[in-house]
Design a protein around this ligand. Structure first.
Ligand SMILES: *[C@@H]1O[C@H](CO)[C@@H](O)[C@H](O)[C@H]1NC(C)=O
Ligand SMILES: *[C@@H]1O[C@H](CO)[C@@H](O)[C@H](O)[C@H]1NC(C)=O
Ligand SMILES: *[C@@H]1O[C@H](CO)[C@@H](O)[C@H](O)[C@H]1NC(C)=O
Length: 252
């Protein structure tokens, strides 16, 4: 299935309105000896649902890694977008508003322009979901597991062959120099977004240490007119890995 509503970075010319606050950390190839991100770990706290007056979406909240040349590897918390393969916990006894879904959106002309979309995990407001995306042995592997709250224990995972979805590079290292977190709101009622979304325990691991600490240390809370992105608690977990204690995305 090729979905026009796939959660893409806002670098394409889209036929519909997308509102979002986007926080990125880009390892510059030239000044970092071609360093790339190879692993992302983060926990997302399931927010309240969109206001009852909102009937058009979908709305996505996510962090992901983007290979050079396009496409994205992204665990996504989503509302208003069905998953083709259904949900691991379809009988979950709470309102089915938010689902965690693992997306691999290919670069143009890769994998027949078709995203890999995992089974979804329904999660309730206040639940915490731990997510990973990592590159190794030519594959991107993602997982999502609810670690607290009403859906605790529910999980999903997916793995793809990287060069089937994304441009490869000479080092065959996943080629992902772009880390990004976004609110990505589609539809005609994006101005009704009225709740914060909290991410915690964010770890971003690079292949090598070159340029990593300086890049992550430069991150500052900001607004781009479409919302606020406030990150706190930066430290180096190890020489290759940045840690942020939290990130809050809030409406403008
Ligand atoms: C994939 O998408 C691109 C960009 O929209 C388009 O130019 C191309 O023809 C598509 N390729 C296939 C195989 O559908
Ligand atoms: C690629 O997409 C086209 C158009 O949707 C479809 O007809 C074709 O069967 C697909 N090919 C593969 C290999 O999936
Ligand atoms: C985010 O930071 C801005 C200043 O950049 C501040 O005005 C705002 O209150 C902060 N929001 C949160 C939720 O911390």
């Amino acid at each position: 299935m090729f979905s026009l509503a796939a959660p893409l970075l806002c670098v394409l010319t889209l036929a519909y309105q997308v509102l979002g606050i986007s926080w990125g950390l880009i390892l510059d190839s030239a000044s970092t000896d071609g360093n790339v991100w190879i692993e992302l770990v983060y926990t997302i706290h399931v927010p309240q649902g969109p206001p009852a007056t909102v009937t058009t979406g979908p709305w996505f909240f996510w962090c992901g890694l983007q290979p050079q040349g396009g496409g994205v590897v992204q665990p996504v918390l989503q509302w208003g977008e069905a998953t083709p393969d259904g949900y691991v916990n379809n009988n979950a006894p709470f309102p089915h508003i938010w689902a965690m879904v693992l997306w691999d959106v290919p670069a143009d002309n890769f994998n027949n322009n078709t995203s890999r979309i995992s089974q979804g995990v329904w999660a309730a407001q206040g639940d915490q979901i731990s997510n990973t995306a990592s590159f190794g042995n030519g594959a991107w592997t993602q997982s999502a597991q609810v670690i607290s709250g009403q859906a605790t224990g529910a999980s999903t995972s997916t793995s793809i062959t990287a060069n089937q979805y994304f441009h490869d590079d000479a080092a065959h290292d996943g080629n992902a120099n772009f880390f990004v977190c976004e609110s990505e709101l589609d539809g005609s009622q994006t101005n009704q977004w009225n709740f914060p979304v909290l991410f915690t325990d964010i770890f971003i691991r690079a292949k090598a240490s070159t340029g990593v600490e300086a890049l992550c240390a430069s991150a500052q809370p900001f607004s781009d007119g479409n919302g606020f992105a406030n990150m706190t608690g930066f430290s180096m977990f190890d020489a290759n890995t940045c840690h942020f204690a939290s990130l809050i995305l809030t409406p403008p």
